[in-house]
Design a protein around this ligand. Structure first.
Ligand code: SF4
Ligand code: SF4
Length: 384
C-alpha cells in the first residue's frame, strides 16, 4: 500500500494514536554489554538530535495523544540536556521514565531530575556477583556505582524498577540477584530474559540458557514470590520467559505501529527499538511530521492488520493475539520480515530455534569470550 492511499486520521483509518514514545537520546554508553539491543552499527550514528529537535518530537507526540515517555539509549545520562528534556516532558503532561544503567548518576543529578519532574527510574543490573557484572559490562567500577545509585534513588523517594537481563552466565545465580534487589529496596524487579536482537543475536550461542536453567530459575522466582508475600514485602517480581523456550511468540510491541513509537538518536522513527535491523527505510522526524509518519508512512503501515500475513498465520485463530510474532526476529532468523516468527511451533521454520538451542548447548564460552558492544567492534563488524 502506498502512502497516498492512506488516511492520516486515526478515526477514519482505524489506527489509534501512539500511546508510548521511546526517546533513544543517544547510542553512546560507557558500558559494553554483549546483549545490548542497540544496532551493531551504532557507531555510525553520530549526528544526534539536539535539544530543540527532541522538544519538538515530544510536543508532536503529545499532541497526537502519547502519554508515556521513556528516555533511553545507549545511556541517556550522557546527554547533559536530559534535565531540560524531562522538564519539558513534565510540562507537556507526559508520565516519564528514565531507563538507565545508573552510570553517570549521582545525588545531585537525582535531585535535579526530581526537580525537573521525572516520575520513575529504572536501573539495569548485570548480575549479583561483582566479577560477573564487571565482565558483562566491561567495567570494574560500574557495579558498585549502581548499588550506591539504587539506594540513592530510593532515598530520593522514587518508585524503583530494577531490570536484570537474564542469560546463561547469570541465570543460575537468580536467587542472589533477587536477594540483592530486595536488599536495595526495589519496588519492581524485571527478570528479563535476553532478547536476541542486535548484539545479543551476534552473541546468541554464548548467551542462550538451557531449558533446565530456565525452569530452575522460574521455580526460584516462584518461591521468592511466596516468601515476599509471607513477609508482606511489596516487591513485584516479573519473570519473562525467553521466547526461544516458549511455544508461541510474544505479541511484539502490542502489534506493529499499534501503540508504540521509538525515535532513534538520529531522528529515525521506528515501530520498535530493534526495527532498524530490518531491510526497510524508516522516516526521519527531521524531514517529516510525526503524525504523517505514524498514520501514513509505508514503514508504519507495512505490518499493520493481518493482510500482510503469510500462512500459517493468515488462517490461524491466534493471529489477533500475537500478530504473528516479532518482525525483527522473523527477519533475523529467516531473512524474510513477513515470515511467521520461527519461535512459533506452527512455523515451517521452527527448526531454526531448535538448531539455535543445540548450537548454544555446544558452546562453552566464558562471559569474557563474548563480543563486547563498543564503538571499535561496531566499526569492525560493519566495515564495508
Ligand atoms: S545494554 Fe548495556 S551497553 Fe547497551 S545501552 Fe544498556 S547499559 Fe549500555
Ligand atoms: S501461526 Fe502465526 S498467528 Fe498462529 S500462533 Fe503461530 S505466530 Fe501466532
Amino acid at each position: 500500500m502506498t502512502d497516498d492511499v492512506r488516511t492520516r486520521t486515526g478515526g477514519a483509518s482505524g489506527i489509534g494514536p501512539p500511546l508510548w514514545l521511546l526517546a533513544e537520546l543517544t547510542y553512546r554508553c560507557p558500558l559494553q554489554c554483549p546483549y545490548c539491543s542497540n544496532p551493531l552499527d551504532f557507531a555510525r550514528y553520530r549526528d544526534e538530535l539536539d535539544t530543540d529537535a527532541w522538544i519538538d518530537v515530544m510536543r508532536q507526540a503529545r499532541a497526537m495523544g502519547a502519554v508515556q515517555l521513556g528516555f533511553s539509549g545507549g545511556e541517556p545520562l550522557v546527554r547533559r540536556d536530559l534535565e531540560t528534556l524531562v522538564d519539558e516532558a513534565r510540562r507537556l503532561g507526559f508520565y516519564t521514565n528514565l531507563i538507565t544503567s545508573g552510570v553517570g548518576l549521582d545525588e545531585a543529578r537525582i535531585a535535579a531530575l526530581r526537580e525537573a519532574g521525572l516520575d520513575h527510574i529504572q536501573i539495569s543490573l548485570q548480575a549479583a556477583d561483582a566479577e560477573v557484572a564487571a565482565a558483562v559490562a566491561g567495567s570494574a567500577k560500574a557495579h558498585a556505582g549502581k548499588m550506591a545509585m539504587a539506594r540513592a534513588v530510593k532515598a530520593a523517594g522514587y518508585p524503583m524498577v530494577l531490570n536484570v537481563v537474564l542469560h546463561r552466565h547469570n541465570i543460575d545465580d537468580i536467587d542472589r540477584v533477587i536477594a540483592l534487589c530486595d536488599d536495595l529496596g526495589a519496588d519492581v524487579v524485571e527478570l528479563a530474559s535476553c532478547q536476541y536482537y542486535g548484539w545479543a543475536k551476534l552473541n546468541r550461542a554464548g548467551l542462550l540458557p538451557s531449558r533446565t536453567q530456565v525452569e530452575r530459575a522460574e521455580e526460584v522466582a516462584r518461591q521468592w514470590r511466596e516468601r515476599l508475600a509471607a513477609r508482606g514485602r511489596d516487591m513485584r517480581l516479573l519473570f519473562v520467559v525467553p521466547d526461544y523456550h516458549a511455544e508461541r511468540p510474544k505479541a511484539c510491541m502490542g502489534g506493529w505501529g499499534a501503540i508504540f513509537m521509538t525515535v532513534a538518536p538520529d531522528g529515525s522513527v521506528l515501530p520498535c527499538h530493534s526495527a532498524r535491523e530490518l531491510p526497510m527505510d524508516f522516516p526521519d522526524v527531521r524531514e517529516r511530521a510525526l503524525e504523517d509518519i505514524w498514520y501514513a508512512s509505508e514503514a508504519f503501515n507495512r505490518f499493520r492488520g493481518d493482510a500482510w500475513m503469510p500462512e500459517p498465520c493468515r488462517g490461524c485463530s491466534e493471529r489477533h493475539q500475537d500478530h504473528g510474532g516479532c518482525r525483527c526476529q522473523a527477519y533475523l532468523l529467516t531473512g524474510d520480515p513477513a515470515a511467521t516468527d520461527p519461535v512459533c511451533s506452527k512455523s515451517p521454520r521452527h527448526e531454526l530455534i531448535v538448531q539455535a538451542l543445540d548450537e548454544s548447548s555446544a558452546d562453552h564460552r566464558e562471559v569474557e569470550g563474548l563480543i563486547s558492544r563498543h564503538a571499535r567492534n561496531s566499526r569492525i563488524l560493519c566495515r564495508g
